[in-house]
Design a protein around this ligand. Structure first.
Ligand code: ADP
Ligand code: MG
Length: 432
């Protein structure tokens, strides 16, 4: 709706710097600063290498006529051959090109990579932490039960929860509102505050309504027993009185069940972890089907950051985090490599280094496969270029090689390295 002439009254209840959004942005920015910068080895190498070869060429001209008793003309010829063979362009072109082809191959597979250094990091990932809702599961919840402990009708319980969730973008909120057929009047909601990882507090029909997990109700001093039903429970309190809960069930995403098996068996991932704001029972059900090594439940956004930082301390390899929600953005930024679902919130997509457009975590396997192949080809190219160069440089200085060999060491080697880089496009389909 666009407001052309009407009046809008806005009451500020909190300064922006105290808001959850600002807090999350702050955490995200701070975490981003902590990211390790990939050392650009080739650029640094070229900076040292180029002056050294020029000095060596000058030394050949200045000293060889005296030491080896050769003519100045012969010394000049050797120095020029040495310079031609030494040109670093095969390294300077082929290394970034290999990463470029790697990024292109990712794009072809629906994986957005925000920089070549992330492809480099991904090839060294040892531990992967996954968010649950919207990442491992579809995030499309179905209401399976209403537990009513008040005089209200079940429909009223649903209506209050639906009204409180009207303005939220959380998977739970959207799913609840999609399953309520009755029209809900937005005007009944006077105030709405969303607490990330917990739920919502709203003013509905002049009554304070709390909708969310047990922790949120307890925080407000409302006593509530843990619901034992299988599924995600959303509790409802009106005023200070707990009135009931609804139980929701979510389904696992397609092909996700074998993700840990493939990651470990075929791609050398050592540890996989599930981090969720949902309760322990739900996390355990997912654990039973997907075989995570560790699960952590009842987490707030800052708890997820703490756990990932601990994992980083205790691990030699890199840590990746895969998530989708606003609440995941600080941890996406603090992991060595953050991976977001394409359907994730804008802030999560912003904080991530890699985006899986199809929203299928199984695509992570393809991304790791491409990153490992890219890394292998980069190493092959560097080794090949350096070996050929060292041999031809020595032969040029000793006057054994011909000019064509020096040219081969420059242009020929560059072409071979470039053609080798294009092999990244040909990624074999693994049986998954
Ligand atoms: P996850 O880490 O699995 O993606 P969240 O951190 O988004 O989950 O949420 C954690 C828990 O907080 C949910 O399982 C739910 O119990 C509660 N919660 C969060 N947001 C809402 C909401 N809008 N309405 C109801 N409950 C919510
Ligand atoms: Mg999520």
């Amino acid at each position: 709706m666009i407001n052309f002439g009407g009046k809008i009254e806005v009451k500020v209840s909190k300064k922006y710097k105290d808001s959850t959004a600002s807090e999350i942005l702050k955490l995200t920015t701070m975490a981003r600063d902590k990211k390790s910068k990939t050392e650009n080895f080739i650029t640094r190498f070229s900076k040292v290498y180029t002056p050294i070869v020029i000095i060596v060429a000058v030394l050949i001209i200045a000293t060889f006529p005296f030491i080896l008793r050769i003519s100045l003309r012969e010394a000049l010829s050797r120095a020029f051959m040495f310079l031609v063979a030494s040109c670093p362009c095969s390294l300077v072109i082929s290394v970034p090109l290999s990463f470029f082809v790697g990024i292109g191959t990712c794009s072809k597979n629906g994986i957005v990579v925000k920089g070549s250094n992330f492809l480099d990091l991904l090839s060294n990932v040892e531990t992967i932490a996954f968010d649950k809702t919207g990442t491992i599961t579809d995030g499309v919840f179905k209401i399976i039960k209403i537990n009513n402990v008040s005089n209200l009708k079940d429909e009223d319980i649903l209506e209050y929860i639906g009204l409180a969730e009207l303005m939220s973008n959380h998977h739970i909120a959207k799913s609840i509102n999609n399953s309520i057929s009755k029209h809900l009047d937005k005007k009944r909601v006077k105030r709405h505050v969303e607490i990330a990882g917990k739920g919502i507090v709203a003013l509905i029909d002049e009554k304070e309504v709390t909708v969310g997990n047990k922790a949120l109700l307890n925080e407000k001093g409302i006593n509530v027993e843990e619901n034992e039903d299988e599924g995600t429970t959303v509790y409802l309190a009106i005023g200070n009185k707990y009135v009931g809960n609804i139980v929701l069930s979510d389904v696992l995403k397609r092909d996700v069940e074998k993700i840990n098996y493939h990651l470990k068996k075929k791609f050398g991932i050592k540890r996989s972890v599930l981090l969720t704001g949902d309760k322990e029972d739900v996390a355990k059900q997912v654990q039973n089907r997907l075989q995570f090594d560790e699960i952590y439940a009842d987490l707030l956004p800052k708890d997820k950051v703490e756990i990932v930082n601990k994992l980083k301390e205790n691990s030699k390899g890199k840590i990746a985090f895969v998530g989708d929600g606003i609440n995941d953005s600080p941890v996406l930024a603090s992991a060595d490599i953050g991976i977001s679902m394409g359907s994730g919130s804008d802030i999560a997509i912003n904080a991530a280094d890699l985006i899986l457009l199809s929203n299928q975590p199984i695509k992570l396997i393809k991304a790791i496969q491409i990153s490992k192949k890219t890394k292998r080809i980069v190493t092959e190219n560097i080794t090949f270029v350096l070996c050929v160069k060292i041999v031809v440089l020595l032969l040029s200085a000793l006057g054994i090689s011909k000019m064509w060999e020096a040219i081969f060491a420059d242009v020929g080697v560059s072409l071979i390295a470039i053609l080798n880089a294009f092999r990244i496009f040909k990624i074999k389909e693994k049986n998954i």
